[in-house]
Design a protein around this ligand. Structure first.
Ligand code: GDP
Ligand code: MG
Length: 298
């Protein structure tokens, strides 16, 4: 018996906070990509794998499109570019509850998508925030004219509204071919990567202003044990001595809390208990240091 399968890559691009990570997590029904109310939480490309019996869709969640102020941003934006180049289908997502058409079509997004020749789908996200769905009509007409999209779909990633149509439309464009990954596999990323992301997410929740943007989390030790708890030690890299003080807090209270909440999230993801140790290290201006960026995987 032979069965034809389909498999392909879908890049999800858009401005920071438009709901890219929420969308991918909602489709995979699993928390793969960190989501916080702050912009610029996704720094690296995260692939999530959606498989049915016939179709495998590999979603690439990308960092929000921004003007690159730091070396780190440049590398983030090159992830976006690479993802677009790899994609069989391109998804552009916008916050439809917060889009000003009088400013014209988003030039920054356009610069990433205009050279793309495959099918482009526009998702109008956050429709749950709209009191009257009719307000979407002018936006849809505008986008139809300006963006050259094959499909435009209103959704709510948060409420998982209309995601079935999204999958159906994407599947239409996915080429025939064998699966890239085992259908049981949910992501291409390692457990180490997720652990560092969950810690970074907690830093976003628990610290203010520039601190979350100034840190990186490096996993130093990741000891998987057959019996007994796994041991994980992580280093929080900061840019300045003052940030180190903030992360540690008075009598180490802040870092203790950070460790506790991070551990809970990691345990939820792994499905068992772990030991987690956190350290803080100052690396002056690491976001502008090409060598350090490279060693951190940018
Ligand atoms: P990203 O930066 O594009 O990856 O955006 P995130 O997925 O991190 O989401 C940014 C914020 O928007 C988070 O607070 C989400 O909970 C929120 N959000 C995402 N999708 C929706 C939606 O459909 N409706 C509402 N009301 N909020 C959403
Ligand atoms: Mg994101």
């Amino acid at each position: 018996m032979s069965q034809t399968t389909k498999a392909g890559y879908v890049a999800i691009v858009g401005r920071p906070n438009s709901g890219k990570s929420t969308l991918m997590n909602a489709i995979l029904d699993y928390k793969l990509s960190i989501v916080t109310p702050k912009a610029q939480t996704t720094r690296k490309k995260v692939a999530g794998i959606y498989s049915t019996d016939e179709t495998q869709i590999v979603f690439l969640d990308t960092p929000g499109i921004i003007k690159a102020d730091y070396e780190m941003h440049k590398s983030m934006m090159s992830y976006v570019q690479n993802s677009v180049e790899e994609a069989d289908v391109l998804i552009v997502i916008i916050d439809a509850a917060n889009y000003d058409i009088s400013k014209g079509f988003d030039k920054m997004i356009n610069s990433y998508i205009n050279s793309y020749e495959g099918p482009k789908i526009l998702l109008l996200n956050k429709t749950d925030k709209l009191a009257d769905k009719k307000t979407l009509l002018p936006l849809m007409a505008f986008m139809q004219q300006e963006g050259g999209f094959n499909d435009i779909v209103p959704i709510s990633a948060l409420k998982k509204d209309n995601l079935d149509s999204v999958i159906e439309i994407i599947s239409k464009y996915i080429p025939e071919g064998p699966f890239f990954y085992d259908p049981e596999q949910l992501s291409t990323e390692s457990q180490r990567f997720f652990v560092s992301e969950f810690i970074r997410e907690q830093v976003f929740y628990r610290f203010k202003e520039e601190v979350p943007y100034s840190i990186e989390v490096i996993i130093n030790e990741f000891k998987e044990r057959e019996s007994g708890k796994w041991y994980i030690s992580a280093e929080i890299i900061v840019e300045r001595e003052s940030q180190k003080k903030i992360i540690i807090g008075k009598n180490g209270e802040k870092i203790k809390e950070l460790g506790k909440y991070s551990r809970k999230e990691i345990e939820k993801h792994l499905g068992f208990e772990i030991y987690l140790e956190l350290f803080v290290k100052v690396r002056d201006d690491w976001r502008n240091n090409k060598t350090l960026l490279k060693s951190y995987g940018y």
